[in-house]
Design a protein around this ligand. Structure first.
Ligand code: PGA
Length: 283
């Protein structure tokens, strides 16, 4: 696991976009898994800039979005279809036929979910999956539970997610209580994964995952500890509890061992801080 700690949201977004751009340049027909929510907005803005100012080419890129509310039409301004068009797709040269987002109006949801997973498989799987994280540790809409679903499915949103997402709606009652989401298996089968977390509200869940070093279905994002090509980009606020001195973080020898094995011990070579940006890095 490689962890970047950036000074602020702006630097986090630039770092994330640059990593994605490098992936696209290396493999122009890359299959990208995309996320929504407030966290990736800056990344998308920067990708649009890279397209417009540096010619980043999306003409062969294929995308699969993680999730979509159910039951909500693509034209609805709260839909993730609308979000993706608005924040990214309308501003780049991606082919509409290369865009895949779960159908929030699917009549036969079960059939749709099977087809979505088949489509991902037919494209050779996801090369690079972008993720945000919920305050409760969800990824996509895989909510904390006793067990986690492997494949794309209809998920019931937890109360805390409905509350967190109500900021995008007029009231919590307006937030759909279901969503179609890729399952944990669909996410974990991605060849590379990049998780972004910004702000103090994510500090506690990030610290828990990174310092406890164990996976549990009550924190779906902790599954990422089992994947060997994960990049985590945090801003200083999201890293603020993770950054606390070891003595105040309740670490034990076992945690230290796991951190060492994962190659992300503080100050280790895999930890890159925002200082890199200040010393003439290309941001
Ligand atoms: P956020 O949501 O980016 O709006 O914080 C992330 C998530 O819930 O996965």
């Amino acid at each position: 696991m490689q962890i970047y700690i950036e000074k602020d949201y702006c630097q986090l977004s630039k770092r994330a976009a640059r990593i994605i751009a490098d992936e696209i340049n290396q493999k122009p027909d890359i299959v990208l898994g995309l996320a929504t929510g407030s966290t990736p907005m800056g990344t998308y803005k920067e990708l649009v800039r890279l397209h417009k100012e540096e010619g980043l080419d999306f003409s062969q890129v294929i995308t699969f979005n993680l999730d979509e509310y159910y039951d909500i039409a693509p034209s609805n301004k709260q839909s993730y279809h609308y979000y993706m068009q608005h924040h990214l797709f309308d501003h780049i040269n991606i082919r509409p036929e290369n865009i895949h987002i779960p159908d929030g109006k699917a009549q036969d949801v079960e059939k749709f979910c099977i087809m979505y997973d088949e489509q991902i498989k037919d494209h050779g799987g996801i090369d690079f999956q972008l993720l945000g994280i919920g305050e409760n540790g969800h990824i996509g809409f895989n909510e904390p539970d006793r067990e986690l679903k492997v494949l794309t499915h209809l998920s019931k949103l937890s109360k805390s997610t409905i509350k967190a997402n109500s900021r995008f709606f007029n009231s919590p009652e307006d937030v759909p209580d279901k969503a179609i989401t890729m399952g944990l298996g669909s996410i974990m089968r991605s060849k590379k994964i990049m998780l972004l977390a910004s702000g103090r509200s994510k500090a506690s869940i990030i610290a828990k995952i990174l310092t406890e070093g164990r996976t549990t279905t009550s924190i779906p994002a902790s599954s990422l500890l089992l994947h060997n090509r994960v990049t985590v980009i945090l801003d200083e606020e999201a890293a603020s509890l993770y950054n606390k001195p070891a003595s105040t973080r309740g670490e034990n020898i076992r945690d230290l061992q796991i951190r060492k094995n994962s190659g992300y011990e503080k100050g280790g070579k895999n930890v890159v801080t925002y200082k890199e940006c200040q010393s003439g890095h290309t941001f």
